[in-house]
Every structure is written in C-alpha cells, then in structure tokens.
Design a protein around this ligand. Structure first.
Ligand SMILES: [Zn+2]
Length: 308
C-alpha cells in the first residue's frame, strides 16, 4: 500500500475541473482557460505556470506533482516532445526536467510514483492549446533514461483511495484512445495550418466546417497522419472526396465525377461542386507541406476506377 496522500481532496477537485474543461472544449483547452486554475476549499489554485513541465501547487501539503506538461511543436518542425507514447507497450515515457535528477521538479515526479497520486497531464497540441489527459499516474522510474513511465487512467476511473484502480488492459485501452486522439488532433492542426485554414477546393474559411482529410486513406499501410498525406477540406468536399464524387489528380486538378456533372439539381450542386471541375486546388506555401503527387496519384486511381 502506498503511503496516504494528504492532497487527495485537492487532486479530486483539480481532476473534476479538468474533466469539466475537457467536455466543454472537446478535450483541447485553450491556455487562457487553464491559467484560471481551479477552486478547492474556497482557494484559487494554479494548474501550473505553463512555462515548465512539472508543477506542484503552493497549497499542497504532500510532496507529489499535481500536473505535468509538454509543450507544442513549433509550426513546421518535428515535435520536440519530451514525451513519447508507445502504443505497443501501452505507456508514455515522460522525461525528467533537464539537469540533476535530484532537483525539485524531478523529486516531486518521483513522489507521485511513491504515493500513486493521480495527476493531470497537459499535452501541447498547438500554440496555446493543450490536450487535457486526466488522471495519469507515474508507474515507474527510469533513472538511466532520465524519465518516468506514465499510464493513463480511465476517464471515469475512481480516484478515491489514490490507487490505481483500473486493470492493465483498461489502462492500455485508455492510453490508445489518448494516442489516437492526439494523432488526429495534431494532424488536423498541421493540415489546416498548412492550408491557411481554408478548404483546398473552395477556399471556405470556417474552422467549424473544415476537416483534415487523408489522401491515402486512414488505416491503409501508407495512410499516415502527416501533412504530405493531408488535405484541408470543408465538410462537403471532404465527404465528396471520401465517396469518390470528387477526385484530385497528381497535378492538383479537381475532377468532379461524371455522374455529378450530368445532374441538374440546383445551386448547391452547381456552385458547390460542378464549377470546381478542372480547377486547381489551393496548395500550401511551403513545398514541404504540399501533398505528395505519388499519394494523389494512388488516390486518384481509386476515383477513376469508381467512375468507370
Ligand atoms: Zn470546400
């Protein structure tokens, strides 16, 4: 049995607030909201400075961290993640703060292991946008790698009694969900940014209607969640692309299916689809962000086959 954590009430209040924000913001919470912190026993408590990775609140009685953080990748750069999700083993490796393993931040991380204290994990997804993961637990210390191992608790898991209550299988499942959502979120952010928050076909600029679509389909061996395999499309053009009613050839030219071109059905069809036949898609400014022609070609063959 781990020693009792004097902060369990405070942790529960923090996690309750984190879950409320997850729901309210569909998991990705803006920094300004997180900076407001939460209230416990009438006191305003900070989720952290969001400048350093490991946070223990001033009001805590116990020695263990309350929140941990990783920062977002810089636009157009590979993620400088201090953490690494291993979907096979079902764990996250979270790196110590640089410097001595005995410094304060790293000690509060190891205290979280001793107490099996539930924490909140803020994963930077884009500038000032954090995926909120709660609860997470430190389950092992890897001093040789200057890291600890984290596991994700089920969102509805009971944090009462400050122990790990879920089985390894359910924890692995919870982690897989987090990893999948993280990939999707990051893919969406990268793709929409590359296309300057516009639909590549019609230039619509409404974030609520924009989606990141895969060129080679998600789930296919080459269907990677990378900007070179992505297109920013509005909901209608995404659906049309998915259903092979709209194709994009390797040069980036839009093709509307023969069937839709023959139909006469009002302004949505004419203005929304038919008029883009033969138009060039909007391309990202950076060459490295543009869709790979080989990928467009593979997908275009599917469109052509569907039309035949
Ligand atoms: Zn569109």
């Amino acid at each position: 049995m781990p020693p009792p954590d004097p902060d369990i009430g405070l942790r529960q209040a923090a996690i309750a607030k984190a879950r409320e924000l997850q729901k309210l913001f569909d998991e990705i919470v803006p920094l300004r909201v997180l900076q407001e912190g939460f209230v416990h026993e009438g006191e305003q408590i900070s989720f952290g400075s969001f400048k350093k990775g490991i946070h223990r609140a001033r009001q805590q009685q116990g020695p263990a961290a309350l929140t941990i953080l990783t920062t977002a990748p810089k636009p157009g750069r590979p993620p400088p993640y201090e953490d690494r999700i291993d979907e096979d083993s079902g764990v996250i490796e979270y790196r110590y703060r640089a410097g001595s393993s005995e410094q304060f931040d790293n000690r509060v991380l190891r205290a979280a292991l001793e107490l099996q204290a539930p924490m909140i994990y803020f994963r930077g997804i884009a500038p000032s946008q954090y995926q909120v993961v709660a609860p997470v637990f430190v389950v092992a210390d890897l001093p040789d790698r200057s890291a600890v191992v984290l596991e994700v608790g089920l969102p509805h898991a009971d944090t009462q009694g400050n122990g790990l209550v879920s089985s390894p299988d359910t924890r692995r499942y919870a982690l897989t969900l987090v990893a999948a959502r993280t990939h999707q979120r990051r893919f969406r952010e990268e793709v929409l940014a590359a296309y300057r928050q516009k639909c590549a076909v019609c230039s619509l600029r409404e974030p609520d209607l924009l989606e990141a679509s895969h060129i080679i389909r998600d789930g296919a061996p080459d269907g990677i969640a990378s900007v070179i395999n992505g297109l920013s499309l509005c909901a209608i053009h995404h659906r049309a692309y998915d259903r092979n009613l709209l194709g994009i050839d390797p040069r980036g030219e839009v093709h509307i299916s023969e069937r839709l071109l023959r139909e006469i059905d009002g302004p949505m069809l004419g203005n929304g689809l038919q008029q883009f036949h033969g138009a060039a898609i909007l391309q990202p400014r950076r060459a490295a962000d543009r869709p790979e022609p080989e990928r467009l070609e593979v997908r275009f063959e599917e469109f052509s086959a569907a039309a035949a």
